[in-house]
Design a protein around this ligand. Structure first.
Ligand SMILES: [Zn+2]
Length: 105
């Protein structure tokens, strides 16, 4: 499973695609989270918009951890679809779906 090497909150100088929602959700001037992982001998960065940072622990709990291949945007999307009407998480789930929408159009 992926091993976290570092995680930091940084301010964007340019727009970034969020790794968890696959949308251009990080805009210049926004704070976002950049984590560096090593997995299978490969080092990579995982960029997250603040909206996805806020739901990460919930999605991980729902998935019961990383699994063998880590967690990707598909897992977040599945969580959001299942929780769109959830009493506690519905708002965050619908916000996630709304971030996806411009690319789906
Ligand atoms: Zn995101």
């Amino acid at each position: 499973m992926p091993e976290l090497l570092s995680r930091k909150t940084v301010r964007a100088r340019k727009a970034h695609v969020c790794s968890s929602c696959n949308a251009w959700a990080v805009h210049p001037g926004d704070e976002y989270e950049r984590s560096t992982y090593v997995f299978d001998g490969r080092v990579y960065d995982w960029v997250q918009c603040t909206g996805c940072v806020a739901i990460t622990s919930t999605v991980f709990d729902w998935l019961d951890g990383y699994g063998d291949d880590g967690i990707g945007a598909d897992d977040y999307a599945e969580w959001a679809r299942e929780h769109a009407d959830h009493a506690e998480h519905g708002e965050a789930a619908r916000a996630y779906i709304a971030r996806l929408a411009p690319r789906a159009a």
